[in-house]
Design a protein around this ligand. Sequence first.
Ligand SMILES: Nc1ncnc2c1ncn2[C@@H]1O[C@H](COP(=O)(O)OP(=O)(O)O)[C@@H](O)[C@H]1O
Ligand SMILES: [Mg+2]
Length: 314
Amino acid sequence: MNKIEAILKEHYHLDAANILPQRGGWSALAFKIYSGKHAYFLKLYEKSRASTPKWTALIDQYVPITFWLMQHSGLKGKLPVPVLTNTGAYKCEDDEGIYLLYEYIEGETVGGKALTAEQVHELSGMIAELHLYGEEIPVETKEIKEDFTVPFLPQLRTALNREINDLPPDVKELMSPHLEQIIGRIDTVGKLSADLKNRDLRMALCHTDVHPWNLMQSGRKLMLIDWEGLKLAPVEADLMSFVDEPYYDDFADVYRKVHRDFAINPDVLQFYRYRRKLEDIWEFMEQLLFDRQEAQERAATLNHLSKELNELSG
Ligand SMILES: Nc1ncnc2c1ncn2[C@@H]1O[C@H](COP(=O)(O)OP(=O)(O)O)[C@@H](O)[C@H]1O
Ligand SMILES: [Mg+2]
């Protein structure tokens, strides 16, 4: 019996009639599971990947918060619904991976398409609603509270300074022309990180990874998926996804109806923007340095990294 069948049977009492690989996201493999009349969406975080600990460490902390939001906020029906294991756990694992099961969402991922005016409106309403909630909710948020630490920063700095000559030649060649700029950004993020720790900033629940691949149009409903980045953080952690969009004014009009006097803090915005950029670069480097990849996969990662680096100067 294959691993996935075994997991479904053992931890969910499901007999899978069909297991179809799906185009996954960035962090995990994905499968559509048919069992009886029901369809499920399974995320598999492979233990062999360097990024897996980061994506899975807080599952038991963030999933209960999404359940609370589904039951008590205006986001009802707009979040993916996790399916719990037989013992009521949010995840299960074997030697290969960590598994999360969801109800299957019938619909279309927004992905590369531009958001329609209606979708912008709806999304802004959802983000505004999410930002109404903070540490007062009756579910523990301590573990997901922003402390402005950037865990990958020391590793990235070392890889580009002291260990630059240990990088694989193809990676080094790609990085070299951008080194000064990246190190400049590392310094800025480091300074902002230290500075923001000492400020008293309002924090709210933030998704922190709002982009079109995490949005699905399901019938008349827009769904926001992929909540593994859920944080209690300054709202700039989400607003950074919108400030550069052509539809930002429309977004802000709707958002302001809920948060009347909201103003973006430029330091916090810069922290999140730079941090995200460095994190994307680091994630591709991590794949190239630590993951076992086929030649074709490696070429694709190099290509992604190259695009990120070129955007730095743009
Ligand atoms: N519950 C679901 N039902 C159907 N499709 C889904 C579901 N959740 C995610 N997807 C699809 O799978 C893709 C990857 O899922 P996502 O949760 O964003 O994973 P990742 O963390 O790897 O980015 C999404 O872009 C979406 O197309
Ligand atoms: Mg995603």
